[in-house]
Design a protein around this ligand. Structure first.
Ligand code: PRP
Length: 216
């Protein structure tokens, strides 16, 4: 748990950072020097009693689960993959994308089941396994940390399970979506204890953000 009077907010580097910082700023939750490329690990606004930490995308749920951050903003896909025990307070609507399975166009098989027992490259092995197990399919999962689309192109795997936002990466690499696994948007999450102990401020934030989101 962080200092009693301060709220620590974990924000992810990368695609969600700008929109997250912009949205929080609209409700007065900001700090001087809060920008993605800053090398400062903690950016504090003493007057507003706020601290921001900028972390690797996949680590946001970890900071929040352990209470090193009271709240955070992160994609639903990353929350589910992390398996972390955090409160999901609000769907922020931005960061729309979906998680899907794709294969090289020229190696497409007739049915989903035809890929059983093959290798799938992914940054999301937990979600992928849950999905394929539900389909009664056993797969071999190869964990990658980025550029997942390369997997089937160089013969590392038969398929990928990855995020699609605009579809450009799939198109440019001659991959075709086979099945959608889940849809995702950015969520406001909270540490379970922080949510109780700092309820007033966190709840006020949820209400202020909700107003902005419904006004859109
Ligand atoms: C993500 C994702 C895809 C791409 C999808 O990668 O893993 O590769 O974006 O976006 P698109 O549908 O708009 O092309 P990211 O840019 O986060 O980098 P990474 O490959 O290093 O994970």
């Amino acid at each position: 748990m962080q200092e009693k009077n301060f709220i620590t907010v974990a924000l992810p580097k990368g695609k969600l950072f700008g929109l997250s910082a912009e949205l929080l700023k609209k409700v007065g939750w900001t700090a001087e020097g809060l920008y993605e490329k800053s090398r400062k690990l903690i950016i504090t606004n003493d007057a507003a009693k706020l601290k921001f930490i900028i972390t690797k995308t996949a680590d946001v749920p970890t900071y929040v689960e352990y209470g090193a951050a009271d709240i955070g903003i992160i994609g639903k896909d990353v929350i589910d993959e992390s398996g972390k025990n955090v409160y999901e307070l609000l769907d922020l609507g931005f960061g729309k994308c979906h998680l899907m399975m794709a294969v090289p166009k020229d190696k497409k098989r007739a049915r989903l089941e035809d890929y059983a027992q093959t290798r799938v490259a992914t940054k999301f092995p937990r979600i992928a396994e849950k999905f394929f197990t539900a389909q009664g399919m056993q797969m071999e999962y190869i964990k990658l940390n980025g550029s997942i689309e390369l997997g089937p192109i160089v013969g590392l795997s038969e398929s990928i399970v990855d995020i699609v936002e605009t579809g450009t990466t799939l198109r440019e690499n001659n991959l075709e979506e086979i099945v959608t696994i889940m849809n995702s948007t950015a969520r406001l999450i909270a540490n379970r204890v922080s949510y109780k102990l700092k309820f007033e401020r966190i709840n006020a934030l949820v209400n202020d953000l909700s107003k902005i989101l419904t006004a859109k």
